[in-house]
Design a protein around this ligand. Structure first.
Ligand SMILES: C[S@@+](CC[C@H](N)C(=O)[O-])C[C@H]1O[C@@H](n2cnc3c(N)ncnc32)[C@H](O)[C@@H]1O
Length: 305
């Protein structure tokens, strides 16, 4: 299977992930971040019945779980399968597959975005989900690198022994389980401008690629530097880019050579500093002259952002 080795042992593989995973040792991966095909007839898949589709992916899930370390994390990102205008949320079907294999769900993250097709016979779909599973109770979770700006950093406790003391965390707040990643510029550039491929800074030939900042949040929170991060449906290498950028070892597998070629180009661009990426979302709440929405003096000595 053609394998492209890069910096720090990261690899881009062109081939079937089941074949590749079968050759990987047990307990050798710290984090899996991936989005499988949704069986919706994209250019890289042939649409089948839901049962046939799930039966085809299940052996890959078994292999993915086998290669995951006991301390490992798995983030499985999916949307809906639609048949005869009926909606089948894929996470509902995948949840059972993972649960039957002993994995434990830590979060069902809603990835909300403001763009997409305008439905006429139901409400327009504007989110997908990420099922974050662990193999055991002992798993990596780093909250500090992914904290976001609190809306009211200067809020104080009203009662109890901490009454009058600042109640927030100077490092920011937990980003919660609804992620508004990729906001107005992606929406405007991808959906409203005719030549979509050349406009968003990260957009490539792939019809369903991850924004790198979405993967960044998972990579930073669910793995440590030096860890191995696998994407068995790697597409144009968004997970791999995030892994390498954050000093992890990335392994990206995809059957389509055109995609793995783009992944290689993107990685080269990352290494020579020319890859354009949106920075991680650091949403700043704009206060209306409100004292508690400012960063308190106790934290930064100034009492302003
Ligand atoms: C939803 S896309 C993932 C896109 C990716 N997250 C990115 O940012 O580019 C699913 C990918 O799975 C790939 N794929 C489908 N079946 C595969 C298989 N058996 N082995 C490896 N890749 C596969 C498809 O070619 C497609 O690129």
């Amino acid at each position: 299977m053609p394998e492209f080795k890069t910096v720090n042992q990261s690899k881009i593989i062109t081939g079937d992930s089941l074949d590749y995973l079968k050759k990987m040792p047990d307990n050798s991966v710290d984090l899996i971040v991936t989005s499988p095909p949704y069986n919706v007839g994209k250019e890289y898949e042939t649409q089948t019945s839901l049962r046939v589709y799930l039966d085809k992916i299940t052996p890959m899930i078994d292999e993915a779980i086998r290669v995951l370390k006991p301390t490992g994390n798995l983030a499985w990102e999916v949307g809906n399968y639609i048949h005869n205008k009926e909606v089948y949320p894929l996470d509902i079907y995948y949840y059972d597959i993972f649960k039957q294999r002993g994995l434990q769900l830590r979060n069902r993250i809603i990835w909300h975005f403001g763009h997409g097709l305008h439905a006429k016979t139901r409400f327009s779909g504007r989110y997908e989900t990420i099922l974050w599973f662990t193999k055991t109770d002992h798993y990596t979770f780093n909250l500090d690198p992914v904290r976001i700006q609190a809306k009211y950093p200067g809020k104080k406790s009203y009662h109890g022994k901490n009454k009058g003391k600042l109640s927030g965390n100077p490092k920011g707040k937990n980003p919660e389980d609804v992620w508004n990643i990729v906001q107005s510029d992606w929406e405007r550039e991808i959906w409203d401008i005719v030549n979509v491929k050349s406009n968003h800074v990260e957009k490539t030939i792939h019809p369903a690629q991850f924004p790198i900042e979405l993967v960044d949040r998972l990579v930073l929170a669910l793995s440590n530097e030096g860890d191995t991060v696998l994407d068995p449906f790697g597409g144009v290498g968004s997970t791999l880019i995030s892994a390498v950028k954050n000093n992890r070892i990335g392994i990206s597998i995809d059957t389509v050579k055109e995609y793995t070629d783009v992944a290689k180009e993107r990685l080269k661009a990352l290494q020579n500093g020319t890859l354009k990426m949106r920075p991680m979302t650091k949403k700043i709440y704009k206060p209306k002259n409100d004292k508690i929405s400012r960063v308190p003096k106790e934290w930064n000595g100034k009492g302003v952002y």
